[in-house]
Design a protein around this ligand. Structure first.
Ligand code: SER
Length: 329
């Protein structure tokens, strides 16, 4: 397993061979009943009625790669090697079947045997608990990680802001546990407490989120139990590909390089030629993918809502194209 395409297919077929039904990505436009976000932002979002117990899932275990578009970081795209608007989120989902133990066991097997990552460079985070939510530290998850061979010193406890997942408002939610890749001390701040969640450096990269979805967040902020204990996981395909390919930036992975090679051949300006060229390539690659999939799902440029977001990324891409001489685009 080396390419982005192999990683995508590898994860879907891994979970398929373990009883999960493979389903196609839902649209980037959420259905009318879902008013939580403008665009689909997570693999679990189209599956919400199943988690809430309001509809029967097509199978009790599912696996998908979901097109996602996040608007909050549009202006950050281009400035660094990891911000994106459009990306794919791979996931495995259990509706009342396996829970923490199964999710941790599958994730461990996948990263060790399929991705063949160096286990010593994987760290995990676990929810530290939150009195406001009436939850203690997730001792069960800590124990399960230790049992499967994760040394306690590579298990970091983080607060609700980092390790409790909800769709951004009322809906299914739960504490989560995240897998991080350690790029190594040379990329770190070298402080004794440097660990996943470190705000001083980016030594650690989160690439897989395992959500133990057992609550429904109510409008008043309280939690009620869902009918079942479920699992929702999200692996950012592009980030995980950067780990697999041992490149620090998603833009250096094979999927983006193919786009950037095309930009270089059209413009005569290569990625990395100058800071401005690097920024232009990143924005064109990300926004080019984003606008293509938005249009593919039926969004048209306009002055409001989804159409405005599309217009904004087209305009940004055209501006950047001009900086590297692509005037005709
Ligand atoms: N819903 C979680 C996320 O988006 C895991 O899929 O990170």
């Amino acid at each position: 397993m080396q390419t982005t395409a192999e990683l995508r297919e590898g994860l879907l077929s891994f979970f398929e061979s373990r009883g999960h039904l493979r389903r196609p990505s839902a649209s980037l436009i959420p259905p009318a009943w879902d008013r939580s976000t403008l665009f689909t932002t997570a693999g679990m979002q189209p599956l919400m009625p199943y988690f809430l117990g309001r509809e029967q899932p097509p199978a009790p275990l599912l696996t998908t790669t979901q097109k996602t578009f996040r608007t909050q970081d549009i202006d950050e795209v281009g400035l660094d090697g990891h911000h994106l608007t459009f990306f794919e989120m791979l996931g495995n989902f259990s509706f009342g079947q396996y829970f923490k133990e199964g999710a941790i066991a599958y994730a461990t097997e996948f990263v060790q045997e399929q991705m063949q990552l160096d286990w010593d460079r994987i760290w995990v985070t676990v929810h530290a608990g939150d009195p406001d939510l009436g939850l203690g530290p997730d001792e069960a998850a800590i124990e399960l990680w230790e049992k499967i061979g994760m040394p306690r010193e590579r298990v970091t406890l983080l607060p609700t802001s980092e390790n409790f997942w909800s769709v951004g408002g009322p809906g299914p939610c739960g504490p989560d546990s995240e897998l991080f890749w350690d790029w190594g001390e040379t990329f770190g701040c070298r402080q004794p407490d440097c660990a996943p969640g470190c705000t001083r450096c980016d030594r650690f990269l989160e690439f897989w989120n395992l959500v133990f979805m057992e609550y429904e967040l109510q409008a008043d902020g309280s939690l009620t139990p869902l009918p079942h204990q479920n699992v929702d996981t999200g692996m950012g395909l592009e980030r995980a590909a950067s780990v697999l390919q041992n490149v620090r930036s998603v833009y250096e992975t094979d999927g983006y390089q193919a786009i950037m090679d095309w930009i270089a051949s059209e413009s005569g300006v290569a990625y990395g030629d100058s800071d401005a060229a690097t920024k232009a390539h990143r924005i064109l690659a990300d926004h080019g993918r984003g606008m293509t999939f938005l249009v593919g799902d039926g969004v048209t440029p306009s002055n409001e809502g989804r159409g405005y977001v599309l217009r904004r990324i087209i305009r940004r891409a055209v501006q950047q194209a001009r900086t590297i001489g692509l005037d005709d685009l």
